[in-house]
Design a binder for this molecule. Structure first.
Ligand code: HEM
Length: 454
């Protein structure tokens, strides 16, 4: 009876049969394209079934998303439990509201703007290495996979600040162990998030490979915690940590008023791993998506180039913090996040009955009245006086603790990339999007780079 009522509550794709619901479609690799297609077909709210008793209701309207995010609907245990083998009890997967609030408050000091800016020297070092790879590709006129390079850069940077470990990812390339581990973990982890029973009863070989990779990764995080605590660099031992420390140290050395460490080793390990997974890939993929979009939009590219060229001297190998006050690049980044965000959603529980009387049909009204074309990237829409800004900001506001850190890495890297090189797409290449925990380029991003003349 209640199943029949729930079936009729929202539209959605037909189920294959009552037992498997829509799992044949939601577990497939092209699920991201299906989500978009269902949004177009069924509107801003639709549902799919994980068998007979469990359903997922999808919400695409930015205004409702913003309301859910700002009123902190609890994270859905059914889904986040699927991520717990990797992230333990970290903020990212925290479904207990009180613990989420407490952790959020305690982690916040390590992500303040001043702390983020103080990570610059570490980031600049890794971007310098990134530039060396691109210079070598330019000299030999060879094609380089920008998607892989962006992933390796993000791993080096996040590894450094979240683990205090040099992954040496850019130098090792495909042999980088951490990149291999994430490849084994992330696609399978997403499936376990969408269908947690898959993780709980690991009958598939892929799930068992994931579990072994998780153990290896978590062991590395445990070592990072031990190292940070062993060194205990706090000068006076009273919990006052100098702002130029890396994020992992700030957290490891943070103390409460009674002198005890704020986080126990387990919590640190959980959060370090979560930073790596939540922070590395999405930052890398956003950069790749941006370059792909921009190179296919000459007018946007020209405006972006003009802004960057006016701000960064040709001789600068890596852009500095002073160089990257770049409002247009910022808009293009936000538009990329709206158009093709690697962090494509959040799972929340609707704990009490909630009514939305007016659900706009995004596909038909919002796109035409507010955005010029919701299906086409267009940063110029982000005119600060435009009403669209609030809607777009709303869509982006999904409670990301690392947003400032990601913006720092993306802005500096992209500004450096566009200032230093001409980039040419490989003829016939089309970037395809694939959901793999985050939305990523399915087939890499081969590109040719040439050192600019001035
Ligand atoms: C462009 C890059 C990034 C994107 C698109 C992104 C996207 C997101 C999204 C959509 C969420 C909400 C996920 C959910 O509720 O399930 C989230 C949460 C989170 N992100 Fe990011 N993220 C990015 C970069 C980073 C970085 C660099 C870090 C950290 C080092 C980070 C750390 C986190 C954490 C800890 C959470 C959980 C926050 C909470 O529950 O309060 N993210 N991110």
């Amino acid at each position: 009876m209640s199943y029949t009522r729930a079936r009729l509550q929202f539209p959605g794709p037909p189920v294959k049969n009552f037992l498997i619901g829509n799992l044949d479609q939601t577990m497939a690799n092209d699920v991201h394209e299906k989500w978009i297609q269902w949004n177009r077909e069924y509107g801003q709210i639709f549902q799919t079934w994980n068998g007979l008793f469990s359903r997922v209701i999808y919400i695409g309207d930015p205004r409702i998303i913003a309301e859910i995010a700002t009123s902190n609907w609890p994270k859905s245990a059914a889904q986040y439990d699927g991520f717990k083998p990797l992230d333990g009890d970290a903020l990212f997967v925290q479904t207990n509201q009180d613990r989420w609030k407490m952790q959020s408050k305690r982690l916040a000091p390590a992500f303040q703007p001043s702390v983020i800016q103080s990570q610059y020297p570490c980031l600049a070092k890794h971007i310098g290495n990134y530039v060396k790879q691109l210079d070598a590709a330019a000299r030999s006129n060879s094609v380089i996979d920008l998607s892989s390079l962006n992933i390796l850069l993000s791993l080096d940077f996040i590894g450094d600040i979240a683990f205090g470990t040099s992954f040496n990812a850019i130098n090792q390339g495909p042999d980088c162990r951490i990149a291999q581990l994430l490849e084994m973990i992330l696609p399978e982890l997403m499936k376990c998030g969408l269908f947690p029973l898959r993780g709980k009863i690991p009958i598939f070989e892929k799930t068992r490979i994931m579990n072994r990779a998780i153990t290896e990764l978590r062991d590395m995080a445990k070592d990072a915690v031990k190292d940070a605590r062993r060194k205990d660099l706090t000068e006076d031992g009273n919990g006052k940590v100098k702002p130029d420390k890396k994020i992992f140290e700030i957290l490891a050395l943070q103390r409460e008023a009674d002198g005890n460490y704020t986080f126990n080793s387990q919590e640190l390990c959980d959060n370090y791993v979560a930073f790596l997974v939540a922070g590395g890939d999405p930052t890398a993929h956003t950069m790749s998506f941006l370059v792909w979009q921009v190179l296919r939009n000459p007018a946007i590219f020209a405006q972006l180039r003009a802004e960057i060229d006016a701000s960064i001297p040709y001789e600068a190998e890596v852009a500095t913090l002073e160089h990257v006050k770049l409002p247009y690049l910022n808009m293009v980044l936000k538009e990329t996040l709206r158009f093709s965000s690697p962090g494509f959603g959040t799972f929340r529980t609707c704990a009490k009955d909630t009514t939305y009387t007016e659900i706009p049909d995004y596909g038909k009204t919002l796109t035409s009245s507010i955005l010029s074309d919701g299906d086409r990237a267009n940063p110029s829409c982000e005119d600060p006086t435009s009403p669209s800004l609030t809607v777009r900001e709303a869509a982006l506001r999904l409670d990301c603790l690392g947003q400032g850190l990601a913006m720092l890495e993306m802005t500096l890297t992209l500004a450096t990339l566009f200032r230093r090189y001409d980039l040419t797409l490989v003829p016939g290449f089309e970037l395809e999007y694939m959901p793999s925990f985050t939305l990523k380029p399915k087939n890499g991003f081969p590109i040719r780079v040439t050192r600019r003349e001035c």
